[in-house]
Design a protein around this ligand. Structure first.
Ligand SMILES: Cc1cc2nc3c(=O)[nH]c(=O)nc-3n(C[C@H](O)[C@H](O)[C@H](O)COP(=O)(O)O)c2cc1C
Length: 350
């Protein structure tokens, strides 16, 4: 019965449905990756079969430098899709994050709707909570619970001020959040990452987060899924519809955000995500300084087609990444980071 459904559950179901059925991309803003080109190497002196995508991230081995970004959980449909994605992650050897676990912290009977370790015993697995919950009663204990609940290797705290601002039921007070993030980073036994959900992280914010002690940043930049667009489809009245529409193109494009974060926090592990659609996008993001490349919307749509489609998309992205490496003469991801790039630095920096 829709009427008796708790608000968070309803919202999660809405988000999955809207992301699968409605246009949710930025309208004019792109990632900026399409304006960046590799200098082609006509003499790679390499065997394509020898191109190696293995890497380490936060001490964990990955066969490919890819992440299925945090999505879903807490509702039956979300759990089914997350299990499909986790199975694919195990098959291909990439990392995966579950969606916000707030619902299961508040109602432990929902913890089962996040479990994936049985199908993905070896993957690098991220727990997930909204950072703003640290100002609304959550603390170190809830963060530890989220990690323990799913046997995660690390905790992702998502920063989503714009999304919250556009939700009538959202948390609109972010004052004092950085200090709470620092408290959690200091107390947690597992690494804590900070991530945006599609509006990007600036150099200044990256520096603040690095000083607060985060182990890595996921830029979650603009150019892919626009949460203003998603909330636009959920808006309950004319004013909410107009305000969310005004911000459909808000945010720092992913390529710019990756550059800003790399410059501001040179040694900090970084994930590029937000609008990445191909393995060539992933290759460009890594050449710009990212360690992993994250995909959300495309993986959700593949998962809705089933396990084979999800595995197929990851294998295709891996193949595109390998061909891009071959075309730049990069045998390893370390080589790829030295690849020469043309263009794209249009937004200035930091
Ligand atoms: C259905 C759906 C649910 C999501 N839920 C979460 C979440 O719970 N926590 C989070 O950090 N990000 C969440 N995201 C945001 C993604 O992780 C990602 O940052 C964003 O969609 C941009 O990436 P994309 O352009 O590849 O889709 C969600 C995305 C989708 C599509």
């Amino acid at each position: 019965m829709m009427d008796s459904m708790p608000t968070t559950q309803q919202r999660k179901d809405d988000h999955i449905r809207i992301n699968l059925e409605e246009p949710v991309r930025f309208r004019e803003v792109t990632t900026g990756l399409e304006r960046i080109r590799f200098v082609h190497n006509a003499l790679p002196e390499l065997d394509l079969d020898a191109v190696e995508t293995r890497t380490r991230f936060l001490g964990h081995r990955l066969r490919v430098p890819l992440l299925i970004s945090s999505m879903m959980g807490g509702v039956e449909r979300g759990w089914e899709l997350t299990r499909v994605l986790a199975t694919a992650a195990q098959e291909v050897g990439c990392a995966i994050g579950v969606g916000s676990q707030r619902a299961a912290i508040e109602d432990p009977s929902r913890a089962r709707l996040y479990q994936v370790r049985d199908v993905a015993p070896d993957v690098l697995l991220f727990a997930n909570l909204g950072a703003v919950q640290l100002l609304n009663g959550f603390g170190v204990e809830e963060c530890r619970l989220a990690v323990a609940m799913i046997g995660a290797d690390a905790l992702v705290l998502h920063l989503n001020p714009m999304q919250e601002a556009l939700q009538p039921e959202g948390n609109h007070d972010f004052a004092g959040l950085l200090g709470r993030i620092a408290d959690v980073c200091a107390a947690m036994e597992t690494p804590v990452l900070a991530k945006e959900v599609g509006f990007g992280i600036s150099g200044d914010v990256a520096r603040q987060l690095a000083d607060a002690g985060v182990a890595a940043i996921d830029v979650g930049g603009a150019g892919g899924t626009s949460w203003s667009a998603v909330e636009h489809h959920r808006a309950g009245d004319e004013r909410a519809r107009r305000v969310s529409e005004t911000f459909i193109d808000w945010g720092t494009p992913t390529a710019t955000s990756v550059r800003m974060v790399r410059q501001a926090a040179p040694g900090l592990p970084m994930i590029a995500s937000g609008g990445l659609r191909t393995g060539l996008d992933a290759a460009k993001a890594i050449a710009l300084g990212a360690d992993l490349a994250g995909f959300a919307g495309p993986m959700l749509r593949a998962a809705a087609q089933g396990e084979m489609a999800a595995i197929d998309l990851l294998v295709t992205i891996r193949e595109e990444l390998r061909v891009a490496m071959f075309g730049t003469g990069a045998a390893t991801l370390t080589d790829l980071r030295q690849a020469r790039l043309l263009g794209g630095d249009d937004h200035g920096c930091c």
